[in-house]
Design a protein around this ligand. Structure first.
Ligand code: URP
Ligand code: ZN
Ligand code: ZN
Length: 479
């Protein structure tokens, strides 16, 4: 007798964003087709008795093979990046197709498809990064791309080759409102950073740890408030990415209290690292933890944990930015130890994101398993137009699943599957790791081995965010 299902997961302790229950999960053709007790046989069966089973993670903020100015080059491409993601329980990634100034968005998308094609082992979508919002791009290209499934774009308030001014941001927010897209904002005040950087360098303070002094909380707080004000003027929702500390959290809570729908994201580095990880002396090791905004202090970590628990944060992403340490295309540009402004920004973490949060959040009781699912899968899916195909465990959804093994694991870079030569979490013990990662019904990680194949990952043409409503163009100056 042939099996009714391709795969049956038995006795799973299913956690969704809203419920926890025990169920078998029956999969056919990569989708969940039945849930209940005593399902009939599967061609393959996995016993998940006693194990929490969550939707596969969606990493809605990660950087893979993103073209950047030489000599820097990202160490992870779509092959190594998605492999690493899968081994840590992530089944969908949404990295960024970045517009080059003077170039078109379409060219960025075409180039990025070539980079992903045949390499990704899990499913993927693309956010856009808009760096040059010309009238033509605003009138035609961006609306067309939103309709084609690139329904979110990132706006930078800092970085010379990326930043937009307030007028450009207002126009993009108005466009997001009209077309129902999600605008993601990197909020740091670029002029404050430039002024502080200049005075630090003039004083001979150039070690990695001065990266923190060049981007204090104030510069993030001010830009967060300004971004919120711009969104209020346009009357549109938007998402603040990689929120690092208490003062930015306070701005988001202030906005919500005014009735504004401001969404927000944080990342593992703001829960688990502090400014001290960039160095307590002038040594260069701290370059490993140079990212923007930088990790703050213990009080900020507590504020970020509280905001994760109380619902302030919408999503939890890695902001994986893969630059190797001992690498002339990475943290040592041209093979040299350089002054902090020239260290490529970003921290690797695509594989460790879920185990760290499960371990430090769920197992410690700081957040429930349901909130874990909401932050790492369901809300990212709703925010970026993938729900309910992705981000939940339900009949009709893709069979993207993680079966958790609550065991002690010593984190070392040697056990990870990215191409980066370090992890900032080296030597830390986590209390859980995926026993299985299942992508559209296929086991891509079995607790010991990566079993995916490059090219099996599919491009996801995303719908509009279900977290926000599409609305008529705003009246007033920001049209
Ligand atoms: O330092 C960071 N966060 N690097 C990645 C790029 C970005 O701004 O997200
Ligand atoms: Zn950013
Ligand atoms: Zn980023």
């Amino acid at each position: 007798m042939s099996a009714e299902f391709d795969l049956v997961i038995r006795n799973a302790q299913v956690a969704t964003a809203s419920d926890t229950f025990t169920s078998d999960i029956g999969v056919v053709g990569g989708r969940i087709v039945q849930m209940g007790v005593r399902l009939s046989t599967g061609a393959r069966e996995i016993d998940a008795r006693g194990r929490t089973t969550t939707p596969g993670g969606i990493d809605a903020h990660c950087h893979l093979d993103q073209p950047i100015a030489p000599p820097a080059k990202m160490t992870d491409d779509f092959e190594t990046g998605t492999r690493s993601a899968a081994c840590g329980g992530t089944t969908t990634v949404i990295p960024f197709a970045a517009q080059q100034k003077g170039g078109s968005l379409r060219a960025a998308i075409d180039d990025y498809h070539e980079r992903a094609n045949g390499r990704a082992s899990i499913d993927y979508g693309f956010h856009l990064i808009v760096t040059d919002p010309t009238p033509e791009i605003m009138a035609t290209e961006l609306p067309a791309l939103i309709a084609e499934g690139y329904s979110s774009f990132k706006i930078y308030m800092t970085y010379d080759d990326m930043k937009l001014n307030d007028g450009q941001i207002l126009r993009l927010l108005a466009l997001a409102r009209t077309h129902g897209a999600m605008a993601m904002i990197h909020a740091e005040n670029t002029e404050c950073i430039a002024w502080l950087t200049e005075s630090l360098l003039e004083s001979g303070l150039s070690a990695p740890r001065y990266h923190v002094a060049s981007r204090p909380m104030l510069v993030e707080r001010e830009a967060t408030h300004r971004a919120i004000s711009l969104a209020e003027l346009v009357d549109v929702s938007m998402l603040l990415v990689h929120v690092s500390g208490r003062e930015a959290v306070e701005q988001i809570q202030w906005a919500r209290a005014r009735g504004l729908k401001i969404l927000s994201e944080t990342c593992p580095q703001y829960l688990l690292l502090t400014a001290e990880d960039l160095g307590i002396d002038d040594g260069y090791e701290g370059a490993k933890c140079v990212c923007s905004p930088p990790p703050r202090d213990a009080a900020s970590q507590q504020a970020i944990w509280a905001a994760l628990a109380d619902g302030t944060f919408t999503v939890f992403s890695s902001d994986h930015a893969p630059f190797s340490f001992d690498d002339d295309q990475g943290k040592k540009p041209g093979g040299r130890e350089v002054a902090f402004p020239y260290i490529p920004n970003g921290i690797p973490g695509i594989e460790t994101r879920l185990p760290l949060l499960y371990s430090e959040g769920v197992l410690t009781g700081r957040i429930s398993a349901n909130r874990f699912v909401e932050l790492t899968a369901t809300n990212p899916a709703k925010t970026y137009g993938l729900h309910p195909r992705k981000g939940t465990i339900a009949i009709g959804s893709d069979a993207d699943l993680v079966i958790w093994d609550e065991r002690s694991v010593l984190l070392t870079n040697a056990m990870l599957h990215h191409a980066v030569d370090y992890t900032p979490y080296e030597g830390r013990t986590v209390g859980a790791w995926p026993a299985y990662t299942i992508s559209r019904g296929e086991v891509v990680w079995d607790g010991e081995r990566f079993l995916g194949t490059p090219g099996r990952g599919r491009f996801l043409q995303r719908g509009l965010p279900t977290m926000i409503a599409r609305r008529p163009p705003p009246s007033g100056a920001a049209r």
